[in-house]
Design a protein around this ligand. Structure first.
Ligand code: KG4
Ligand code: ZN
Length: 327
């Protein structure tokens, strides 16, 4: 079954063609990063305009690279949220229109669930597994009993981990999105110089809090100079990622998980990968091109969802905030 996936929840316009939920035939990403970089963050109105401009050519490019025509596609899948409402509406409406015009089934998928599905595309993962979502909008731990069957274990009560990287990067005068720049700078820094800590949430050992960490970094940075920048970046990175690693390892052990599955843009971090590999169970990561926002994960999960539940009605709507359907 050939699935066309469309992703437009934030600042990437992405389209992909995936066969049977796993085999990526094309994975095209039109990034808007430079459009938003001058503002130090995503400007929703600009994101929407750019999505409208580039969506059609991106769909065409995805089909071309996959060597298929639109008529040969069997299912159209789009992210229905969470994310920026206007941005999601563009990809979702395009998917519905294509499905209607081509007389093909359509499904709307959850962007966060798709991040967690990414590692399943090229691995057989033993279940139950502990899912770790670390992205610009989300930080959560979930118990994955089977695909489509999740239990929320912990989530952030304020900033997401990727968001804290972006905010700290902005303070340090680094470009947006900040994660990769912090990682690069941190390689030259001393991570032990400052004892930063991510927040603990009372009586909720698996919840996250990053806003205190961000403020601590801000005050420390005000006392310092340019030459201390790499040390600040390294110490912040260690605290932010270390907190995820500690909680994920603990939860995996306590819940008897056979594996850890990590997804979301922050899994692009090689430092996070190295740190989490210390877990007692095997850790599965998204393959090449599947960590940051992409449409291959949307097409992949769309296929699984269609197999389990059939098509979605055209009445489903874009949603700014949707939790994964926990069972
Ligand atoms: O999943 P994603 O592409 O978009 C959302 O759904 O949010 O994640 C983007 C986030 C950004 O906050 C970016 O700074 C962060 O992932 N990120 C990183 C790294 N690469 C990307 N954070 C830390 N270290 C990295 N190497
Ligand atoms: Zn994402």
């Amino acid at each position: 079954m050939l699935v066309l996936g469309i992703e437009s929840t934030c600042d990437e316009t992405a389209c992909a063609v995936v066969r049977d939920g796993k085999e990526v035939l094309s994975n095209v990403i039109a990034s808007q990063a430079d459009l938003h970089a001058v503002y130090g963050g995503v400007v929703p109105e600009l994101a929407c305009r750019r999505h409208i401009e580039v969506l059609r050519p991106t769909i065409e490019e995805a089909c071309k690279q996959a060597g298929v025509t639109l008529e040969e596609i069997d299912l159209i899948a789009a992210a229905r949220g969470p994310g920026l409402i206007g941005a999601i509406m563009i990809g979702l409406s395009a998917a519905k229109s294509l499905a209607l015009g081509l007389n093909k089934p359509f499904v709307g998928v959850n962007h966060i669930e798709a991040h967690l599905y990414a590692p399943f595309m090229d691995h057989d993962i033993p279940l139950p597994a502990l899912g770790v979502v670390a992205s610009g909008g989300h930080t959560s731990l979930m118990l994955i009993e089977s695909l489509g069957n999740y239990q929320l274990i912990g989530e952030t009560i304020d900033d997401a981990v990727g968001e804290s990287f972006d905010k700290v990067a902005k303070m340090l005068g680094l470009p947006y999105p900040g994660g990769p720049h912090i990682e690069k700078l941190a390689q030259e820094g001393n991570a032990k110089r400052f004892a930063f800590k991510a927040g603990r949430v009372k009586e909720k050992p698996y919840h996250f809090s990053y806003s205190g960490l961000k403020t601590a970094v801000l005050y420390k940075w005000k006392e310092l100079e340019e030459k201390d920048k790499a040390d600040i970046a390294a110490s912040f990175q260690e605290a932010a990622l270390g907190d995820i690693v500690k909680k994920a390892k603990l939860a995996a052990k306590e819940l008897g998980c056979k594996a850890i599955v990590a997804g979301g843009g922050v899994t692009h971090s090689l430092r996070l990968r190295a740190m989490l590999e210390s877990a007692e169970v095997p850790v599965f990561w998204p393959g090449e091109g599947l960590s940051l926002d992409n449409a291959a994960m949307i097409a992949g999960l769309g296929y699984q969802q269609y197999k389990m539940q059939g098509e979605d009605p055209f009445s489903i709507r874009a949603e700014t905030r949707i939790a994964i359907a926990y069972k």
